[in-house]
Design a protein around this ligand. Structure first.
Ligand SMILES: [Zn+2]
Length: 122
Protein backbone atom coordinates (compact mmCIF):
# COMPACT_ATOMS: atom_id res chain seq x y z
CA UNK A 1 0.00 0.00 0.00
CA UNK A 2 1.46 3.36 -1.02
CA UNK A 3 1.66 6.38 1.26
CA UNK A 4 -1.16 8.03 -0.72
CA UNK A 5 -3.37 4.92 -0.33
CA UNK A 6 -2.62 4.80 3.40
CA UNK A 7 -3.64 8.45 3.72
CA UNK A 8 -6.82 7.82 1.68
CA UNK A 9 -7.70 4.79 3.81
CA UNK A 10 -7.18 6.76 7.03
CA UNK A 11 -9.41 9.58 5.75
CA UNK A 12 -12.03 7.09 4.51
CA UNK A 13 -11.98 5.28 7.87
CA UNK A 14 -12.48 8.61 9.66
CA UNK A 15 -15.47 9.41 7.43
CA UNK A 16 -16.89 5.91 7.97
CA UNK A 17 -16.53 6.30 11.75
CA UNK A 18 -17.96 9.85 11.71
CA UNK A 19 -21.00 8.76 9.68
CA UNK A 20 -21.31 5.49 11.67
CA UNK A 21 -21.27 3.50 8.42
CA UNK A 22 -21.74 -0.22 8.87
CA UNK A 23 -21.21 -2.90 6.26
CA UNK A 24 -24.00 -5.48 6.08
CA UNK A 25 -22.66 -8.76 4.75
CA UNK A 26 -24.59 -10.85 2.29
CA UNK A 27 -23.94 -13.43 -0.38
CA UNK A 28 -24.49 -13.27 -4.12
CA UNK A 29 -26.47 -15.99 -5.91
CA UNK A 30 -23.18 -17.64 -6.88
CA UNK A 31 -21.83 -17.66 -3.32
CA UNK A 32 -19.54 -14.61 -3.34
CA UNK A 33 -19.50 -12.24 -0.36
CA UNK A 34 -21.00 -8.79 -0.81
CA UNK A 35 -21.38 -5.95 1.66
CA UNK A 36 -24.03 -3.24 1.54
CA UNK A 37 -23.02 0.14 2.94
CA UNK A 38 -25.50 2.99 3.29
CA UNK A 39 -25.09 5.94 0.93
CA UNK A 40 -26.09 8.73 3.29
CA UNK A 41 -26.44 11.57 0.79
CA UNK A 42 -28.38 9.55 -1.80
CA UNK A 43 -30.61 8.15 0.96
CA UNK A 44 -31.37 11.67 2.20
CA UNK A 45 -32.25 12.80 -1.34
CA UNK A 46 -34.33 9.72 -2.16
CA UNK A 47 -36.12 9.49 1.18
CA UNK A 48 -35.37 5.77 1.44
CA UNK A 49 -32.15 3.83 2.11
CA UNK A 50 -29.77 3.61 -0.83
CA UNK A 51 -26.78 1.31 -0.54
CA UNK A 52 -23.43 0.93 -2.24
CA UNK A 53 -22.29 -2.62 -2.85
CA UNK A 54 -18.75 -3.67 -2.00
CA UNK A 55 -17.39 -6.90 -3.45
CA UNK A 56 -14.02 -8.63 -3.59
CA UNK A 57 -12.31 -8.79 -6.97
CA UNK A 58 -8.80 -10.21 -7.33
CA UNK A 59 -8.26 -9.89 -3.59
CA UNK A 60 -9.27 -6.22 -3.53
CA UNK A 61 -12.42 -4.60 -2.17
CA UNK A 62 -14.32 -2.92 -4.98
CA UNK A 63 -17.18 -0.47 -4.44
CA UNK A 64 -19.71 0.71 -7.00
CA UNK A 65 -19.54 4.37 -5.88
CA UNK A 66 -18.11 7.23 -7.94
CA UNK A 67 -15.00 7.69 -5.78
CA UNK A 68 -14.07 4.03 -5.93
CA UNK A 69 -14.66 3.81 -9.68
CA UNK A 70 -12.06 6.58 -10.01
CA UNK A 71 -9.43 4.74 -8.01
CA UNK A 72 -9.98 6.35 -4.62
CA UNK A 73 -10.48 4.50 -1.35
CA UNK A 74 -14.02 5.37 -0.27
CA UNK A 75 -15.64 5.28 3.15
CA UNK A 76 -17.74 2.28 2.01
CA UNK A 77 -14.61 0.20 1.45
CA UNK A 78 -13.15 1.44 4.75
CA UNK A 79 -16.34 0.43 6.60
CA UNK A 80 -16.26 -2.98 4.90
CA UNK A 81 -12.60 -3.43 5.78
CA UNK A 82 -13.40 -2.60 9.42
CA UNK A 83 -16.27 -5.11 9.39
CA UNK A 84 -14.03 -7.84 7.95
CA UNK A 85 -11.30 -7.11 10.51
CA UNK A 86 -13.86 -7.23 13.35
CA UNK A 87 -15.24 -10.55 12.04
CA UNK A 88 -11.74 -12.02 11.80
CA UNK A 89 -10.95 -10.88 15.34
CA UNK A 90 -14.21 -12.39 16.59
CA UNK A 91 -13.56 -15.72 14.86
CA UNK A 92 -10.00 -15.85 16.22
CA UNK A 93 -11.35 -15.19 19.70
CA UNK A 94 -14.03 -17.85 19.22
CA UNK A 95 -11.37 -20.37 18.20
CA UNK A 96 -9.31 -19.73 21.34
CA UNK A 97 -12.34 -19.81 23.65
CA UNK A 98 -13.93 -22.85 21.99
CA UNK A 99 -15.07 -25.67 24.22
CA UNK A 100 -12.36 -28.18 25.25
CA UNK A 101 -14.12 -30.94 23.33
CA UNK A 102 -13.98 -28.89 20.14
CA UNK A 103 -10.29 -28.06 20.66
CA UNK A 104 -9.56 -31.69 21.39
CA UNK A 105 -11.17 -32.78 18.16
CA UNK A 106 -8.68 -30.65 16.24
CA UNK A 107 -5.58 -32.14 17.85
CA UNK A 108 -3.40 -34.57 16.00
CA UNK A 109 -3.12 -38.19 17.00
CA UNK A 110 -0.85 -38.70 20.07
CA UNK A 111 1.78 -40.65 18.12
CA UNK A 112 2.21 -37.82 15.65
CA UNK A 113 2.76 -35.32 18.46
CA UNK A 114 5.53 -37.24 20.20
CA UNK A 115 8.99 -38.32 19.15
CA UNK A 116 9.28 -40.68 22.13
CA UNK A 117 10.27 -44.22 21.20
CA UNK A 118 7.31 -46.56 21.14
CA UNK A 119 7.64 -50.31 21.46
CA UNK A 120 5.06 -52.69 20.14
CA UNK A 121 6.27 -55.51 22.51
CA UNK A 122 6.03 -55.35 26.29
ZN1 LIG B 1 -17.71 3.46 -2.16
Amino acid sequence: MTQQQTAQLERAAQIAARDALTAHKGTTHDGRAVWAVLNRSASAKAGYPVYHLVTVEAGQLVCDCYASQHGRICAHRAATRAAIEAALKASAKAATTASPALRWSRETAPLYRSNAPVGIFK
